[in-house]
Design a protein around this ligand. Sequence first.
Ligand SMILES: [Cu+2]
Length: 280
Amino acid sequence: MDWVDGGAGRLRVEKTGAGAGTPVLLVHGGGADRSHWHALLPLLATDRTVVAYDQCGYGESAPPRDGHRALAEMASDVVAVASGTGLGSPVVVGHSYGGAVAAEAVARFADRFSGAVFLDPAGDVRGLPEEELSAWRASMAPERFRASSRAWFERILDDARPETRQHVLATLGLTPRETYVGSMESMLRFDPTVIHVKAGESVEFRNTALITHSVTDDPKLATDAKDAAAPAGATPFTSGDIPPGQIYTEKFTQPGTYTYFCTHHEGDGMVAQIIVDPAS
Ligand SMILES: [Cu+2]
């Protein structure tokens, strides 16, 4: 079976190896595809099942419908691939941008993985100075994208072997601009969807956007019942509108999992979780 249904279309998967070893699931980087793992596959697959796949919009996988996919959605694809290929609880391995996807996957779906390995993962790129950000966005304009992205990778590939260099530049050249830019933007705009706090701690919801948001876990305000949940005994919280630049603070005393959403953007997937652990 070579295809698995992801959230935004079919994902091309490649399954190899067999044995009792913990299965491994490989998540490639930005501008890449599953072929970047081909040299590793025979080494990993001697005593276990290994799955590599093309992330949404990369390689042979269907492009995301709107060209942009959040890390949370790419992370859901990781779980879809793991279950669609019958991997059970694999160790997920993420490279570069794929490291950010893998991190979000294990944060959101910890019980679906045996572990995680990060290979030169993308770091936290939020909060880049505005000038840097605008220069990067200008360099990603349609008429400049091919040359800019190639120049960036050529710097990284400075001391690479010729065949590696050729392979990486070839897959980069096949990556749709919308997919590449969407991946980078998803890291620039990343907002963790799961955070852990201790009982009695307060959480600040800071609206850094230019539009109004809100947060609530009140099931009465939710369109979809699964977007709102709180542990038994907790009173629902509702921020009301949080204008741009404003902060709403909520103290969490009751341990358990809170699922909350933005009343304006629930339909856009603006749903997240706070896990309140016992104080001691
Ligand atoms: Cu919102």
